[in-house]
Design a protein around this ligand. Sequence first.
Ligand code: NAD
Length: 431
Amino acid sequence: MLAAAAQAQAPKGANDKINVACIGFGIMGQGDVATTVTVPGVRLAAIADVYQGRLDKAKELYGKDIFTTRDYREVLARPDIDAVIVATPDHWHQIMACDAMKAGKDVYCQKPMVQKVEEGEAVIRAQNETKRILQVGSQRASSILYAKAREVIKQGLVGDVHMVEAYWDRNSALGAWQYSIPPDATAQTVDWDRFVGHAPKRSFEPIRMFRWRNYQDYGTGVAGDLYVHLFTGIHYVMDSAGPNRIMSTGGLYHWNDGRDVPDHMMGMYDYPKTASHPSFHLAIRLNFAAGGGDGSGFKFIGTEGVLDLAVGGALVLRRRPKESEPGHTASNFSKATATEIVREYQKLHPAQKATADGMRATNEQRWVLPPGYTEQYAHHENFINAIRSRKPVIEDAVFGLRAAAPALLSNTSYFSGKTMHWDPEKMKMKA
Ligand SMILES: NC(=O)c1ccc[n+]([C@@H]2O[C@H](COP(=O)([O-])OP(=O)(O)OC[C@H]3O[C@@H](n4cnc5c(N)ncnc54)[C@H](O)[C@@H]3O)[C@@H](O)[C@H]2O)c1
């Protein structure tokens, strides 16, 4: 391992190939690999997975010569590999990320960075001691839409933000993690003990492996899976290290399929004042049986306006009219008079959108993502650029722990019924 570390430390030039391997080649591992190989100069070198079906899939996709193994340590021992993507279930993230950095590899570690808050310190220490690049895989931190939201708020266009709302709705079996269990999953095709790892020992149960999110032994519930994306977005947009008070409730109301985590959750969070922003409250709701359909987004509510951010969609800024800008009443007059009132109003206030129905004018601006843009690509590109330049990534281990901790502590609050007190700067529990 030490020899490999020394070799991989050699700096990479702008034209050198970056050899990447992936550990855990399921839904996201396949997505991450498909993205990273489109970044110029990246070459896929190896895949590790404990299920033979996924190794077969790797050869189908990337050719029979691709190196595959069920033991991720064989990947880490290869001196030709510069970086690894860790896209296994959550209970492996900390161990594999630390092992990989100690073996001299740069790491793209899927979110949540850790399964338990206490594991975060080891990842930060390994990042600092090995001087490896670690990018956590909550790709929103690289989105230009979130960067625009951050700029709009920093410019004061919504005034002081004292309240943020975030939500996540899903309404399907797949959305609720009832993923397919392949019929060829047997004790021969699956290395069950390697999947279980340090989690409590059990005999082979394919459902627990292919639907691992449903079990606390391997996953982190809806909060670790999805809230963590919301925290990443909020921390980035609000330039915040995180909340200091965490309260959570919820229940298992609909998907009673043997899972031991809730399918509905609501959380309340207090964010302390920082150098750049006043204190604010956050309310999150998540619903896996949402009759209205799938969706996710944020509302940043300021004293002068509101900024709506729909995930993967548009950013909309609505600003309160200035006190000096009168509203208008038009719809209670005849059509001709109403039209005249709106015309006159529009002449005086051309920047505002007045309608015959509106009692008050609205002042709306909208930004949409350019066609073809993906934050997933931007996030991988940020990682690959950092491997070459040795400059910091957008979402390092400190950011990763600060995004994961309030999500994981939401679970602790839900299961214990208690309020959690967290120091987001020191990244420690408070008494
Ligand atoms: N950033 C995102 O938008 C996003 C989206 C989906 C998933 N994820 C994250 O990616 C990770 C994987 O999720 P997924 O949906 O791909 O799960 P998955 O079950 O589809 O894939 C996990 C893979 O890891 C393999 N595996 C399990 N233990 C292993 C071990 N010890 N060594 C090697 N391989 C092992 C499994 O066989 C499986 O192929 C999770 O942490 C999840 O939170 C992130």
